[in-house]
Design a protein around this ligand. Sequence first.
Ligand code: ZN
Length: 265
Amino acid sequence: MPSLIRLGPAGLGASIGEASISLEKYHRLGIKACEIPFTYGIFIKEDKHKKEILEIKETAKKFDIKLSIHAPYWLNLNSKEKKKIEESKARILQCCRIGELLGVEIVVFHAGFYGGMDKEECYQNIKKAILEIMHEIRKKGWKIKIAPETMGKLNVFGNPDEILRLVRETGCSFCLDFAHLYARNLGNISYREIYDKFKNFPKLHCHFSGINFGDKGERSHKLTPESEIKKLLSALPRNKNITIINESPDPVGDTLKSLKILKSL
Ligand SMILES: [Zn+2]
């Protein structure tokens, strides 16, 4: 049985004008997923890029490449300032609006910081904001899903239990970042243990890369060592819809490395 695991990079290539060429190139390389990084800004504009949006959507569809979006880093659904929460929600919704036009299934985001707050209070604030965003999505009739990500730093909201509780209590999706969780557990956890926490879901959207960490968890992403790719891919089932986006400094190179390893296992 062929593997249902889709591998792809974070990144659309050099420029928005060449995005559909990048996708065609990805297809020739065997890549089946691509995450559009709005991490430093939403660089695809609804009014300015009508033609490109259509091209990206159709090229991805033609080559069966699953598109996702990573929302900007600058957001915090647990800010003490109401204005900042509203701006954060607006950024996620803007990603959803563009994503809907692009045929994207899922918008991934970093939900927020504990900010010294009681963790239950923080959870409730983030839950409330997520429900409000989902309400807007439903009102607009969009199909796109929002996915808070499991995070790598100990002072950032997003351990597996918090994310699972959000999924259960709001019906949102999630992004499982194996590298982050490895770092958050200071290396004292296996990919299999991480997967097991989420194994009851029929579909998984995941992130992976090499990672440096210290006593506060994640420090930085690094190139993905072959040994870690092997460990991760060996820990995952083949008969489940799993998308793994590589976020290393060379996401395409590391995706190709991963594809090779996947074939060899
Ligand atoms: Zn992320």
